[in-house]
Design a protein around this ligand. Structure first.
Ligand SMILES: [Zn+2]
Length: 679
């Protein structure tokens, strides 16, 4: 049998992945072999007779399983960007194997004993900052999973973890079932009046697929959102809004009230077992925000400033609805509808006007030109490395001294095997080993409109900012300059990771930056600045109400996780109390947000919802520093590169940020950008 290419060192330019030689059938045996050899590496660490040191334990653990990491990132990246049935089947088989392997490590008591021995004498070890961070991170990954607990509490923790994973799964299944169980069947033309053709078409097709006439609407976003935004029929908007707002709140077999109460209580119990005051204290220990108190003052500070603006906007919207349709009291099912009408009236701006200025190639060149000015990076198209699809572009990234910085893959167009959305990822991390700085392989993946024979790919403004966003993440990966791979690039605290991406979006609104690339693809004319001003202005539309909404969800999240929930018995009453400070619309008795708040009860956002706004505060505050000194100011840019982009997770993000900015982030820049306070 020929040797499996995935189990060998890649003999390729820059050690890149040999995509064209990899067959799907290579993966499973390669995974098994790589897991086996990673296990052996762990055994070697544990079995050594030498006493534990930073090098023979922490560093050895950090660099173990390199081949497994490489194959995993390759495989799971392909599963997102170029998947097929066989890859999906392998993913189902391999995921439990990987979970089991990582559990084996966290539960390895002999290994933890050695780690703890190093940790307990950390102050005598003379470690540098990055080494201290690595030690802390490794130790915590065990301790936070109960490694320090006595046997009986350990098994209690396992029991809670098992229950929690079942409950979270059930919560999600119920939300999905409630979503799927509802449909609104319409047969009269006047019932769908106001809807755009595309939405009507989709609803008609859905009806046909179920052998019905007329139109079918559901609670899935692509169906629900256009309906509540455009449908003129107020009664039907109400019906759909109330259905969407009451998922998991019907007192039937799919009801989530008890499930979420159990989740909140078990999380609290788990945190208490580990010695934390609440679940939020446990989560925030590894976040830039650090504590529930800080999150709470962050939310309340923003709330104080956003609320008057939100109330003003709401009043205006209500007046507008009254003038237009004689609506006396604006209800939840009116918000999206009249907002859209008002927005149309105020800003007659559409994508078709802008698109000719944003030919994909020009936008890419623009992103390159801007990062060249800021961070001294040069991008050279190369064709001597393998890709997984012919659409994927490849670049060699270097600096002006000629140092090799990174490989960049760029994959822009939709395909059947690619999932939706846009993301940045890496095929190989950056790290320094044996004195050699091993550079990263970074990729950005998007789903932009493909060029046709007669027309190039022209991006909407939203796609332009998406490209800059992902490119910002890519810079975080490409400019990484750390010793340890698990602290490199985007491996940072969760509420810090969007700073590099979101800050890059800001350049898309600046004249000096747009002049570099926003040229009409036929006439070569620069984009007119009044168009740009309009984009900026429309971006602040209803920012008060939107900010209030985000803060409301953040408050609800913290209310479930930053206090002992054992006294809460009535989900709806608790929620109403939390929401009372942020209500704009009249309350509806039949709806409940918590019972379908999958972000926090199913996904990983518990005690983390605030981070959406947190990230915005960071990027606005950081960009304001650029604005003060000039958006291409080399000193500010170098600070951003040296103190943030290259540092990954080697230090606490607040320290990194303060070193860059000279002070902690303040919300004022965001509030100004959103038009909520005076310039
Ligand atoms: Zn992002």
């Amino acid at each position: 049998m020929a040797r499996n290419i995935l189990n060998q060192k890649f003999k390729t330019p820059y050690n890149t992945a040999p995509f064209s030689k990899i067959k799907d059938t290579h993966f499973m045996p390669a995974f098994k072999a790589a897991i086996a050899s990673a296990k052996m590496e762990i055994d070697t660490i544990v079995d050594t007779t030498e006493s534990p040191t930073f090098e023979n334990t922490i560093e050895a653990l950090e660099f173990s399983g390199e081949q497994l990491d490489r194959i995993s990132s390759l495989f799971f990246n392909l599963n997102s960007a170029e998947t097929n049935d066989s890859i999906q089947k392998i993913a189902q088989k391999v995921s439990p194997l990987l979970a089991e392997f990582s559990n084996d490590i966290t539960l390895n008591e002999a290994l933890f004993k050695r780690i703890k021995a190093v940790y307990d004498c950390k102050s005598d070890l003379n470690l540098n900052t990055e080494q201290q961070t690595l030690l802390e991170k490794k130790y915590k990954s065990f301790a936070r999973n109960g490694a320090n607990l006595p046997e009986d509490k350990k098994s209690k923790l396992r029991e809670i973890d098992k229950k929690l994973s079942q409950l979270k799964l059930k919560f999600g299944e119920n939300v999905l079932a409630e979503t799927n169980n509802f449909e609104m069947h319409l047969t009269q033309e006047d019932e769908v009046s106001g809807l755009p053709d595309g939405a009507k078409e989709a609803a008609k097709q859905l009806a046909e697929s179920k052998h019905k006439d007329g139109w079918l609407f559901t609670l899935h976003y692509p169906s629900y959102i256009p309906f509540v935004t455009y449908a003129d029929n107020r009664q039907l908007r109400k019906e759909l809004t109330l259905a969407a707002g009451s998922k998991g709140f019907h007192g039937n077999a799919l009801d989530n009230q008890h499930i979420l109460l159990d989740i909140a209580k078990l999380r609290h119990e788990r945190a208490a077992l580990l010695g934390y005051q609440t679940h939020a204290h446990f989560v925030l220990e590894e976040r830039m925000a650090e504590s529930p108190e800080k999150v709470s003052s962050f939310i309340n500070d923003l709330l104080l400033k956003a609320k008057p603006a939100a109330e003003r906007e709401f009043k205006n919207l209500e007046n507008f609805a009254k003038q237009l349709d004689g609506i006396d009291r604006l209800e939840k099912w009116d918000g999206a509808y009249y907002s859209e009408k008002l927005k149309q009236k105020l800003f007659s701006i559409d994508d078709e006007q802008l698109k000719p200025y944003f030919k994909l190639e020009n936008v890419i060149d623009g992103a390159f030109a801007i990062t060249n000015k800021l961070f001294d990076l040069e991008f050279e198209r190369i064709d001597n490395i393998d890709t997984y699809h012919e659409d994927v572009l490849t670049y060699r990234v270097s600096n002006s001294k000629g140092d090799f910085i990174s490989i960049l893959y760029a994959d822009f167009f939709p395909r059947p095997g690619k999932r939706n959305g846009a993301w940045m990822t890496s095929y190989k991390p950056q790290y320094i080993k044996n004195g050699e700085n091993s550079r990263p392989h970074i990729s950005i993946v998007c789903n932009f409109t493909k060029p046709t024979r007669t027309k190039p790919s022209l991006l909407t403004f939203n796609e332009v900012t998406t490209l800059f966003h992902e490119f910002g993440h890519a810079l975080h990966g490409m400019l990484a300059n750390t010793t340890y791979p698990s602290l490199s690039g985007t491996s940072v605290y969760w509420d810090f990771v969007e700073l590099p991406s979101q800050i890059m979006e800001n350049w898309c609104y600046e004249k000096e930056a747009l002049e570099l690339f926003a040229k009409h693809y036929e006439t070569q004319e620069n984009i007119p600045m009044d168009l740009v001003d309009k984009i900026k202005e429309s971006a602040t539309f209803h920012q008060g109400m939107q900010t209030l909404r985000q803060l409301r969800f953040g408050l609800l999240d913290m209310s479930w996780h930053a206090k002992d929930p054992s006294q809460i018995n009535n989900v709806k009453a608790h929620e109403d109390m939390v929401f009372s400070a942020t209500d704009l619309y009249p309350r509806t008795e039949s709806t409940c947000m918590s019972t379908s708040f999958s972000h926090i009860f199913q996904g990983g956002y518990s005690s983390g919802y605030y981070s959406y706004k947190w990230a915005e505060v960071l990027d606005a505050d950081a960009f304001e520093y650029f604005k003060e000194k000039g958006i291409f100011n080399p000193i500010v840019a170098t600070k951003f590169k040296d103190y943030i982009l290259s540092k990954g997770g080697t230090e606490k993000p607040m320290l990194l940020y303060k070193r860059f900015r000279g002070q902690e982030p303040k919300p004022d820049a965001l509030l100004r950008r959103a038009g909520l306070i005076e310039k």
